[in-house]
Ligand binder design. Structure first.
Ligand code: MG
Length: 366
């Protein structure tokens, strides 16, 4: 089997709540997502989606996905898509870095491998280790009382894990964490995610002010070194996200005891091949993960579900159902949240079929 071409689609994903805000005044109202159809000479097409969280969250942006795919196409056409490591090696040889642009090709190859073998991707990733995955709900940054007020509605949707977007003014963030924790029940999880937004002195003030609360602290500062400094000054469980970009940064974090949980974003690390490697490394090291991505619609959510379902439950801290944050369906067969959990069918590959009317015309063909 050989890859014969790439068809690339661009789709706007508006938010149900109108706006998603996080640290440093950043926000997105309509997400710019890219869907890839990877064609083969066997009549099998693999699908994938990549959607950066705007342009200021990580070194990735929506137009970069499409520019990267245009550059990468010639390096993978003619290769057997079932040879995942061969395809990844060819991409790495042809384009240094830019893992998020390589991710859709890698993920589409997993979809093709599943369709060619008649197996769901979760089987190919090691087999189903849980029947359904617990989800978290991100709470967009607003005034403290407004964020606390939102908990009730999300709880009605079944969520028991909540991620507060902080990383703004330190005094207001302390109020956000206190206001929210007091509305939560015992057993409900609260994460305060600063998304790199605090300076060291702000972060020290915040972790001291919430030292008697049941709250996780996530990515307080920009650099790994700053985060480690804060980690050493708090007893709260500690999550790294933006500082864990690949296997090397994960191994460094493990060696330094720099975190208790990581957020594993599939596109950030280059796709499912590398995400699986990092997932397995975390399991072997006893580290739980939130399995997610930077953002996305139905196809990203399905990809997350396959990796999360093939992860042992006690290492699956949470996952994200991005397709429930948006208003637009872009594929059938994707997971739908039920009582704060998601699962996926045993259909071959990712088990999704794009809704081409929603995707519009092909914007790039290689
Ligand atoms: Mg985060």
């Amino acid at each position: 089997m050989k890859i014969t071409g790439l068809r690339v689609y661009q789709v706007d994903l508006p938010l149900r709540e109108g706006r998603y805000s996080w640290s440093n005044g950043n926000f997105v109202e309509v997400f710019d997502s890219t869907v890839l159809a990877l064609d083969t000479d066997a009549g099998i097409t693999g699908y994938a989606e990549c959607c950066p969280l705007g342009s200021a969250y990580l070194p990735s942006y929506a137009k970069g996905v499409r520019a990267g795919l245009e550059e990468l196409g010639r390096h993978v056409i003619g290769l057997d898509p079932r040879d995942l490591n061969v395809v990844n090696a060819a991409m790495d040889l042809g384009l240094r870095g830019h893992p998020y642009a390589k991710a859709p090709i890698d993920i589409a190859c997993w979809d093709i491998l599943g369709k060619a073998t008649g197996l769901p991707v979760y089987t190919l990733l090691g087999g189903k280790q849980q029947d359904k995955v617990a989800l978290y709900r991100a709470i967009s940054q607003q005034a403290p009382e407004e964020m606390a007020r939102k908990i009730a509605g999300y709880r009605d949707e079944g969520y028991t894990k909540f991620q507060l977007k902080v990383g703004g003014d330190a005094n207001e963030d302390i109020a956000r964490i206190h206001a929210t924790r007091t509305t939560l029940d015992n057993g409900e999880i609260l994460v305060a995610d600063a998304n790199t937004g605090w300076n060291r002195h702000d972060a020290v003030r915040v972790v001291a002010a919430v030292s008697d609360l049941d709250v996780y602290i996530e990515q307080p500062c920009m650099t790994y070194e700053e985060c480690r400094s804060i980690r050493q000054r708090t007893q709260r469980p500690f999550i790294l996200d933006e500082s864990i970009n690949d296997e090397a940064t994960l191994r460094r974090g493990l060696a330094d005891d720099a975190m208790d949980v990581i957020n594993l974003k599939v596109s950030k690390v280059g796709g499912l091949t590398r995400a699986r490697l990092m997932r397995d490394l975390c399991v072997s090291a006893g580290l739980a993960m939130t399995i997610e991505d930077t953002w996305g619609g139905d196809i990203v959510t399905a990809t997350i579900a396959h990796l999360a379902l093939s992860t042992p439950e006690n290492f699956s801290f949470s996952a994200t159902d991005f397709n429930s944050y948006g208003t637009k369906d872009i594929a059938t067969g994707a997971p739908k949240r039920v009582d704060g959990f998601m699962t996926i069918s045993d259909a071959p590959g990712l088990g999704v079929e794009p809704i081409f009317e929603a995707l519009g015309d092909v914007v790039l063909k290689v």
